[in-house]
Design a protein around this ligand. Sequence first.
Ligand code: TRP
Length: 335
Amino acid sequence: MDRPRVLSGIQPTADSFHLGNYLGAVRQWVAMQETHEAFYCVVDLHAITVNPAPEELRRRIRIAAAQLFAVGLDPDRCTVFVQSHVREHTELAWMLSCQTGMGEAARMTQFKDKAAKYGESAASVGLFTYPILMAADILLYQADQVPVGVDQKQHLELSRDLAQRFNTRFGQTFKVPNPYILKEVEKITDLQEPTAKMSKSSSSPQGILDLLEQPGPLRKKIMRAVTDTGTEVLADEENKPGVTNLLRIQSALSGTPIPELEARYAGQGYGTFKKDVAELVVDSFAPIRERTEKLLADEAELDKLLAAGAERARAVARETMAQVRDRMGFLPASS
Ligand code: TRP
């Protein structure tokens, strides 16, 4: 009964999660609901750092939430909620931002990359303080572990520093969270550019497999995936990044170790292999897409699930926030 607590978040910035999100994060969240006390949130407040249109944001929050339930997160076994439904996230973010140095925030490599991409002055202050909001997400729930990809490790370091700093200054308030770095074996790359990560922001549509995509386009993308010179189906990151990526996908979705797959296709060339990968992807995604569509067809019911999740999350967040206010010297709002 004393399960470690985890908290993680995913941004609603696309009309579908892609295979990299699924294998690299969400599918592992599903497994963790059995072993951990898990809180998972759709981080809609983080998503506005790129200024989506209101109707787009609204749609994507519901799509993200529906997909989380569709992949197997069970409201009886974990808490799924929308970040903005729990007001304490923004409140704590402000308080933590007053504990964060400008230089400290300016060192975040993700911000530096994005600022370089958009231009320093086009980048919003929200993009700059994004990691502080993430720290608030984590610290509010007194999370023991935070499942994230390696790209979020520096942000987690900041969360730990802020927790320790606050505890030293104001007395023990926050648990210092540990990273739980998600499995690297499942690193999925762009189908057209197999040395680059599959990424919503940098891959072309042809390079991405979307969880909610129809079988036709999925098959086409896999059959047209860049493979390598030669004919052998072998995992070789250096010389055969394209084939290696497809092998990883097949292995992750089927549970078959890569050497066994290599043996299966020995002497067969790429054709059969690609066809098999395509069918496997189609069969794996179809039930998720169907469940997502069903959940999205009944918005009232979906919103009810999210309201229940927010209620449970709020109970925890409220308690932490009451302590934070008191420790920092704020007056109670009512007698
Ligand atoms: N920054 C994370 C990402 O882009 C998303 C995120 C926001 C998150 N808040 C979080 C992840 C809290 C873990 C915990 O992937």
